[in-house]
Design a binder for this molecule. Structure first.
Ligand SMILES: [Zn+2]
Length: 277
């Protein structure tokens, strides 16, 4: 595996400009399986506003998102699960810390992509948790994979499973060299034309990334795991389960909510929700 820096130009702008220049990009979201999570923990029970959060088990989808750019081609945001989980809820892993996921027939990421007969240009990962990356095992190893800087340092394949095995080129997004675009912090123009943005949202993991797709109909904020479910946004309370730094996760969620309040034309999709339309 070659690890390189993802090449970015520092073209600082503001969101009004960006949204006045939408691009021909479309979003297709796929469910690749599901997982049980707990409402208390998905919504941090220690947050001062969390008193009335009931404890219940939720079954939530494990998502992958395909971006179709009319000029540049196809990109994935996270890859979800491969078909190993249809046969075995642990994805045929033999490592100490594996998680239970559920998958119906033909939900796996390669099935969705094969049906479309497309070639992927690049895969952008929000972070390196298994429910977001396991599907790499059934995708071509020569597709470049991009992660936020800080993720690879915490990656423990011998404990959680080696989903990056065989991947030829991994690129790291180094936000430290980029400008903030208020009210967001550091932002990266991934394709260089303002169509797809990576937003640094550390907390869930150290190098966690959220995305904004600047499509012709309406911009969409994909929080990824900065918010697991819509209620994280509704109540303004970040997740605490599976979280690297809860205080930082809350700060990142607060930033996304400020952004959504300022730009109320932006549609939002939480990490483990299926889009409504
Ligand atoms: Zn995660």
């Amino acid at each position: 595996m070659n690890i390189k820096a993802f090449n970015l130009e520092n073209n600082s702008r503001n969101w009004n400009d960006i949204f006045h220049n939408p691009k021909p990009v479309e979003l297709y979201s796929f469910k690749t399986g599901s997982v049980h999570i707990h409402r208390r923990g998905t919504i941090n029970p220690d947050h001062p506003n969390a008193e009335n959060i009931l404890d219940e088990t939720l079954n939530v989808p494990i998502m992958a998102h395909l971006i179709k750019h009319q000029k540049f081609g196809y990109y994935l945001l996270d890859v979800g699960l491969d078909k190993s989980y249809f046969y075995d809820k642990y994805g045929r892993l033999s490592v100490p810390l594996k998680e239970e996921f559920y998958q119906a027939k033909n939900e796996n990421i390669a099935y969705h992509l094969d049906k479309l007969k497309i070639n992927l240009k690049m895969i952008f990962l929000s972070h390196l948790h298994s429910d977001h990356i396991a599907g790499l095992r059934e995708l071509p190893i020569d597709i470049p994979v991009v992660v936020g800087k800080g993720e690879l340092g915490h990656y423990q394949p011998e404990i959680y499973g080696d989903f990056l095995k065989g991947v030829e080129n991994v690129y790291e997004l180094d936000f430290s060299k980029l400008d903030s675009i208020s009210p967001m912090g550091k932002c990266a123009d991934l394709l260089g034309d303002g169509s797809l943005w990576a937003i640094s949202t550390p907390g869930h993991t150290e190098g966690h990334v959220s995305f904004i797709l600047n499509g012709l109909n309406q911009p969409t904020l994909l929080t990824m795991d900065a918010a697991f479910i819509n209620d994280n946004i509704k109540y303004g309370i970040a997740p605490s389960d599976y979280t690297w730094d809860v205080r930082m996760a809350q700060k990142s969620l607060d930033m996304l909510i400020n952004f959504l309040n300022e730009f109320n034309n932006v549609k939002v999709l939480a990490g483990h929700e299926y889009p409504e339309d």
